[in-house]
Design a protein around this ligand. Structure first.
Ligand SMILES: Cc1ncc(COP(=O)(O)O)c(C=O)c1O
Length: 392
């Protein structure tokens, strides 16, 4: 009764299912009645260190104990500066802009790219994005997200966005134009679009085409950055570097935070007042993010993610041999998609009934997003519950 009343007060943009959760412990979420659920959604790729990670909790507690929850960006605070320095030291970037979500990070990246392009040539403002991509639901990010169901109710959208298909180099070459294109935006692995890794040779081709046309390459690593695919940044596996990269989901251990990483070439075009965020980079979230980054950025931690991720992939491929309903298994590191015959949502719902939380990635793909810290036993247990859910 209480649950119904509470839900009724929230705007109906979500369809929450399952119980109301009251606690989290490692890879488990605990419901009001004490039932434990193995959480392979990780809050949609957010809780990379699981629930209640002691280092993240300690960092948040220590930050709270200073009494400094917010100052705004009128003033400097140490955690934001330290986080930016860590990100610069561990990436291609020279500068960092901190904000509060993935959509906001992409929105900022698009603005920074257009601001830079305006300093190169008049009329150089177009964006090239890709079918199957997802960049968020704010107006700019939405304009770069080729989904009629998300876009159509909100037209007219931001103009000047063109879509190509992943893998079609010829089409990308036609659309990326020296006189008009400011930037290309792509996820190195299309997560929401069905867990579709973008072939490294295509990412390399985009890097080349951007350089030829003096356009910027924006990589959206909101979902797959920070260790999810087994390397700190997903693009490392393609051997390329972007000009801008957006991050968000796992960054602050469950607190809301987004970031845009930029090269100095782009940063030099951005002036005070061009963009901003009241909350961006606050001391509590930035402290949590530093703890997350230091832990995930440890090479030994990442090696374990690669080992366990390969093991999970092997288990899912073996399951596909036993279970004819599985059409394909795709993924990397700790993000896997199992394409099924029939509705993925039904499989997710049956798994929920037997204690495993999963999500979908499109109508036919069941998505597994374990915490990067999940144990071998937890990975094995999840695949066994999934097998049961598929067999029904
Ligand atoms: C690749 C990617 N970009 C952007 C977003 C939007 O992030 P947020 O929901 O934090 O605005 C998402 C969210 O799923 C995402 O997966």
């Amino acid at each position: 009764m209480l649950t119904t009343q509470l839900s009724d007060a929230l705007l109906g943009v979500y369809r929450p299912t399952g119980p109301t959760f009251v606690a989290g412990e490692g890879a488990y979420l605990i419901a009001e009645d004490g039932t434990r659920f193995l959480d392979f959604t990780s809050g949609i790729a957010v809780n990379a260190l699981g629930h209640g990670d002691p280092d993240v909790l300690a960092a948040i507690r220590a930050a709270l104990d200073t009494g400094l929850i917010h100052t705004s960006n009128l003033f400097r605070t140490r955690p934001a500066a330290e986080l930016a320095a860590w990100l610069v030291e561990h990436s291609f970037a020279d500068r960092v802009f901190l904000c509060n979500s993935g959509a906001e990070a992409n929105e900022a990246a698009l603005k920074f790219a257009r601001r830079w392009a305006g300093t190169v040539a008049d009329g150089k403002h177009e964006i090239v994005a890709f079918g199957g991509g997802f960049h968020g639901r704010t107006m700019g990010a939405l304009a770069a997200t080729a989904r009629p169901a998300y876009q159509d109710p909100f037209r007219p959208l931001m103009r000047g966005v063109h879509f190509a298909e992943v893998g079609d180099v010829g089409e990308a070459e036609r659309l990326i134009r020296r006189d008009r294109t400011a930037a290309v935006i792509i996820e190195p692995l299309q997560a929401e679009g069905g867990v579709l890794p973008v072939p490294p040779r295509f990412l390399k081709a985009l890097r080349y085409l951007c350089d030829e046309a003096e356009a910027l390459l924006i990589l959206d690593e909101v979902q797959v950055g920070l260790g999810r695919t087994g390397t700190l940044w997903a693009h490392e596996q393609a051997g390329i570097q972007p000009d801008l990269m957006s991050l968000a989901k796992p960054l602050a251990g469950g607190l809301p935070m987004g970031a845009v990483l930029l090269t100095e070439r782009v940063a030099a075009a951005i002036q005070p007042g061009d963009h901003g965020s009241t909350f961006g980079g606050g001391p509590v979230v930035a402290s949590a993010a530093l703890a997350v980054c230091r832990k995930i950025g440890n090479p030994a931690f990442l090696a374990e993610v690669r080992r366990k991720g390969a093991e999970l992939g092997d288990r899912l491929h073996a399951l596909a041999l036993r279970q004819p309903r599985i059409r394909a298994v795709r993924g990397a590191g700790m993000i896997w998609g199992v394409q099924v015959a029939g509705a993925a949502a039904e499989v997710v719902s049956r798994a929920l009934g037997t204690g495993l939380l999963l999500c979908t990635a499109g109508p036919e793909v069941v998505r597994l997003l374990p915490p990067l810290s999940a144990t071998d036993e937890e990975l094995a247990r999840a695949v066994s519950i999934l097998e049961g859910a598929l067999a029904c």
